[in-house]
Write a protein that binds this ligand. Structure first.
Ligand code: GAF
Length: 380
């Protein structure tokens, strides 16, 4: 992929590029906890966006996207939110400019195999890849955490998704065969080996992509904030849902909108689950870890309401199979993938079963990725 992207760049722009490989991510557990100051357990994976980038000595930026054959351009003096994937590039440029970094005109080709809209965070991969390329070419000397924060802010201000930090963090801090337990309050993190030998991480793409995903995401975030406000009436020390437990939540239930209560009860339980899951991971307790994944799915489906019939169906199929330790919807939800922990020697049998049953039910073929945990963004 790297060589192909380089060749394409040379052909289009007639110069020699810097190459950047920028991964998608999985998250073992801890969904919608990041913007509530909670914990997440993500890792970077083998699905990657590949960038070829070169400076062009002008005030214009030109980008060619291999995935749809589209060529877009913008001027560095007119960087404003614009529909389409160009928005992710402009958002990063805008953030760099706002922080006082001189952004030069550049040419780039974007290729790779992170499926778009599948919950594997192709947008964070696009953001992280560009910021790393410009950092390399311009010598900004940004830390990986600064790069992640730039990507997150770009996402808030340009596409307008009020995301947490998980995706950009995982994209930039990934380490081969290690998952990261990130505390989203103070951004401290620990690497742990993926301690389940004989297990494969299998992603089943429902091929559903709801256009409401980003607006509903922002609604969920606002509902969590509304819950915090109510909690603060009784517990002024509560800064975010991270600071609440079930008992506290229960004690203000009467004053809370019923939907807000449901959302908050999911988040409070999920933050506790991730901490427990981190312990099970270190102890190699697969069965217990898997049960937490199923519990997360139930919460995401019934309380947080970010699943959909297709994803619920995929998880119900997983539950029927002894070779699956745990499964759940992964990422923001409303479509995309389930993550499944599957016994290695049964992966083929399992994927064939899922394909057949999903096709029968929905008349469409799910894409299935047997994935591996890899390094974060790499400049080649
Ligand atoms: C999306 C967001 F970008 C993340 O910050 C996170 O909130 C996730 O949904 C849900 O856990 O991927």
């Amino acid at each position: 992929m790297l060589q192909q992207t380089r060749d394409q760049f040379v052909q289009l722009f007639g110069q020699s590029p810097v190459l950047v490989s920028s991964p998608g991510r999985i998250n073992l557990i801890g969904e919608h906890t990041d913007y509530n100051d909670g914990f997440v357990l993500p890792a970077a994976i083998d699905k990657r966006i590949i960038y070829a980038v070169g400076l062009n000595g002008t005030d214009d930026c030109h980008a060619y996207a291999d995935f749809n054959g589209e060529h877009v351009s913008f001027n560095l003096n007119a960087v404003t939110p614009t529909p389409g994937w160009i928005n992710y590039l402009m958002g990063v440029v805008d953030q760099l400019q706002k922080r006082g970094y001189k952004v030069p005109g550049f040419n780039c080709v974007i290729a790779g195999d992170v499926p778009v809209g599948a919950g594997l965070s192709s947008s964070a991969a696009v953001e992280g890849g560009l910021v790393a390329a410009l950092d390399h070419l311009m010598g900004y000397a940004l830390s990986r955490m600064e790069m992640a924060l730039i990507g997150q802010k770009a996402e808030h201000t340009f596409p307008g998704v009020q995301c947490g930090i998980m995706d950009q963090f995982a994209n930039l801090h990934g380490k081969k065969d290690q998952v990261m337990l990130l505390d989203c309050r103070d951004l401290s993190y620990t690497y742990y080996p993926f301690n389940f030998p004989d297990q494969k991480i299998v992603l089943c793409n429902s091929m559903v992509h709801h256009s409401l995903a980003s607006s509903e995401y922002n609604v969920r975030r606002a509902q969590c904030e509304a819950g915090v406000k109510v909690l603060q009436g009784k517990y002024p020390q509560v800064k975010s849902l991270r600071d609440a437990d079930m008992q506290m939540l229960e004690s203000v239930k009467d004053q809370m909108d019923a939907i807000v209560y449901k959302r908050c009860s999911y988040v409070v339980a999920e933050i506790a689950r991730v901490q427990q899951a981190g312990i099970f991971l270190q102890e190699g307790k697969l069965k217990e870890f898997g049960e937490l994944m199923y519990a997360t799915h139930d919460g995401l489906s019934h309380l947080y309401e970010v699943s959909c019939p297709e994803l619920d169906f995929l998880v119900s199929l997983a539950r029927q199979r002894p070779e699956v330790a745990g499964a759940r919807v992964m990422g923001g939800g409303f479509g995309g993938c389930t993550i499944n922990l599957v016994r290695e020697d049964k992966v083929e049998e399992y994927t064939a079963f899922i394909r057949e049953r999903y096709e029968e039910e929905y008349g469409k073929t799910p894409e299935i990725y047997v994935t591996s945990i890899e390094d974060g963004v790499e400049v080649k």
